[in-house]
Design a protein around this ligand. Structure first.
Ligand code: ADP
Length: 591
């Protein structure tokens, strides 16, 4: 049984009891009044009858025996109590008191009904008799002639009959109340069940909606107020569902945008608790797991980041700052941060993080390149100038050949350098148009080895070509020649005078693989990652003495990559190096 049902039942029960109680009380009072009036009427009649019977009998104390006997007789006849009282209040006879007890009775002169009778009127009083210990109604009339009372005749009757009638009535009322209460309980149970059935349905539906089942509908025929409420709730649920869908879609869009951003995004509140952090932010600062609702300092321990965001929270202007993050590898990160609009109650800051590492590295490479290029150019120029001055100051007739040879060598170096630099800048600026076509690598390698024959023989080196008989790639002929020549030249230059150079060519699924392996001096592992950088040389003096510019491998790498291939190197100092590059295979012809 629901609480509402209990309340309705209790209210109806109380109503029934109250109505029966009040009407019962009123009825009981009325009945008692009526009974008393009736008894008074009876007593009035009896008193008058007794006075008639007594006639001229004088009420004197000397006649007590006779008067008491008379009172007993009258009492018997009238069926009530009859008391005869002398004018001075002394009781002379009483139908309920034996003659011996009369003398002991109190003087009745002060009894209110007696006082009134002695005054010539009639007196009615209801009270408990001290003598008989019962509730009685007394009625007293003056005895003898009117105007000169010779005593008082008092009649009395018990109120039991009236009390009985009242009690009967009360019993009936209690029964009626009990029956009414029972009827009220049953009736109220039915009424409340009918009412609460719909309310309970409404409650269950609303509870489901509140629990998030926004698809739930109450589906009510809106004929009454409950129906109207149900209809409103259905409308509200529909609206909520639509808003939630919109919010979800908005959220998904935002997540998609934030997730695909190259920049890290972080939103914090005034206390620097993270409200939002996109995947890129987590990647940049190597944080995993849930970060939302956690203090920033706990998630990322970086003093510079903390300072940058404190600054953003404190000032109105957007702030820009670059910080360094140490792990997992050093990175330069530029932070743009700005405070939330101040009219917003929830103040916080949004920060966007750009990874500047590559840009900074490029800047560094560029400035290194300029410094290196200037340095490389300056060396032969200084040399040429020096020897030219020497030539000018040399007296005629002296042998100038050695000076001129130095000048020629340096001029050649300068020219090589300028050529390489120009080529590199053309490739990098993609101004060299690569003309892709079918190129037969084995044939190319054979020509190269033939051309280098005298050099190889002079250095007591042997070059062997291994692998597939035919390897056709999709590449620029001139560029591929340049790549091969460069790598084989390096293998010759950095080999011990005696040794073997292996040129291996073979095809894989979609590409051709070329390996140029020597048994030369090798490259220390620390230098390996930088070997393809411009001007990078392991042994500067050796390279220079061999006429190297330090740009060869850089050009090779750019050319290979320009033809959609890639290049790698493996090397061990003292054992040799192996350069391995790939190029895409030529498409199969169907003719
Ligand atoms: P360079 O003009 O100095 O040869 P490269 O760019 O061709 O310039 O090569 C860069 C550096 O790489 C060389 O100075 C040399 O130290 C190293 N190197 C290149 N090829 C080899 C090799 N086959 N064996 C050992 N070291 C090599």
């Amino acid at each position: 049984m629901s609480r509402l049902q209990l309340r309705i039942m209790a209210a109806l029960g109380v109503l029934v009891v109250a109505v029966v109680g009040v009407t019962g009380g009123l009825a009981e009072r009325g009945l008692r009044e009526r009974e008393m009036t009736r008894l008074e009427g009876v007593l009035d009649e009896r008193a008058r009858m007794v006075r008639e019977v007594l006639g001229g009998v004088s009420l004197r104390s000397t006649e007590i025996a006779r008067l008491d006997a008379l009172a007993d007789r009258l009492g018997e006849v009238t069926g009530g109590r009859v008391t005869l009282i002398a004018p001075d209040g002394i009781v002379l006879g009483d139908s309920e008191v034996p003659v011996e007890g009369i003398g002991q009775l109190e003087n009745h002169a002060d009894r209110p009904e007696v006082v009134r009778a002695l005054a010539g009127a009639t007196g009615t009083v209801r009270r408990s008799s001290q003598t008989l210990k019962r509730s009685l109604i007394y009625f007293a009339v003056p005895a003898g002639e009117a105007g000169a009372p010779q005593g008082v005749i008092r009649v009395a009757i018990g109120t039991e009959s009236a009390e009985r009638a009242v009690n009967d009535l009360r019993r009936e009322l209690i029964l009626a109340a009990a029956l009414g209460l029972l009827a009220a309980v049953v009736l109220s149970y039915l009424i409340s069940w009918l009412m609460t059935r719909y309310v309970a349905r409404l409650r269950d539906g609303v509870r489901d909606i509140a629990d998030g089942q926004l698809e739930r509908r109450l589906l009510w025929d809106p004929r009454d107020e409950l129906g109207e409420i149900a209809e409103s709730i259905d409308r509200m649920a529909e609206q909520l569902r639509r808003q939630l869908d919109e919010a979800n879609a908005e959220n998904e869009r935002l997540e998609a945008v934030l997730g695909s951003m190259v920049e890290g995004v972080l939103v914090i509140d005034q206390e620097k608790v993270i409200l939002l952090a996109n995947p890129r932010f987590r990647e940049l600062f190597s944080v995993w797991g849930e970060v939302e609702d956690r203090p920033l300092g706990e998630v990322v321990r970086n003093v510079d980041l903390d300072e940058a965001l404190s600054l953003a929270l404190d000032q109105h202007e957007p702030s820009i700052r670059e910080i360094e993050v140490g792990s997992p590898e050093p990175r330069q990160i530029l932070i743009h941060s700005v405070r939330f609009p101040s009219q917003n109650t929830q103040v916080g800051a949004v920060a966007v993080f750009h990874d500047m590492t590559d840009i900074r590295r490029l800047e560094e490479v560029r400035s290194d390149f300029i410094a290196n290029a200037s340095h490389e150019l300056r060396t032969p120029i200084t040399s040429i100038r020096g020897f030219a001055e020497t030539l000018l100051n040399t007296p005629p007739g002296e042998d100038l050949n050695s000076y001129l040879k130095v000048i020629e060598r340096n001029a050649e170096r300068l020219s090589n350098l300028v050529d390489d630099l120009l080529e590199l800048s053309r490739i990098e600026g993609q101004r060299t148009l690569l003309q892709l076509d079918e190129v037969e690598l084995v044939e190319l390698a054979k020509h190269l080895v033939d051309d280098l024959g005298p050099r190889l023989a002079g250095a007591e080196l042997e070059a062997v070509i291994e692998g597939d008989e035919e390897v056709t790639v999709w590449a620029d002929r001139h560029a591929t020649e340049r790549v091969l020549a460069n790598l084989v030249n390096n293998a010759i230059q950095y080999s011990d005078p005696v040794g073997r150079i292996r040129i291996s060519l073979h095809e894989e699924e979609h590409r051709a693989v070329v390996e140029i392996e020597d048994q030369g001096i090798g490259i220390p592992s620390d230098d390996l990652p930088r070997i393809f950088e411009r001007f990078y040389r392991v042994d500067r003096a050796r390279s220079r003495s061999l006429g190297g510019t330090g740009l060869g491998l850089s050009i090779v790498k750019h050319l290979v990559q320009g033809m959609s291939g890639d290049i790698q190197v493996k090397s061990q100092p003292g054992t040799g190096s192996c350069f391995r590059f790939t190029l895409p295979k030529a498409p199969v012809r169907n003719d």
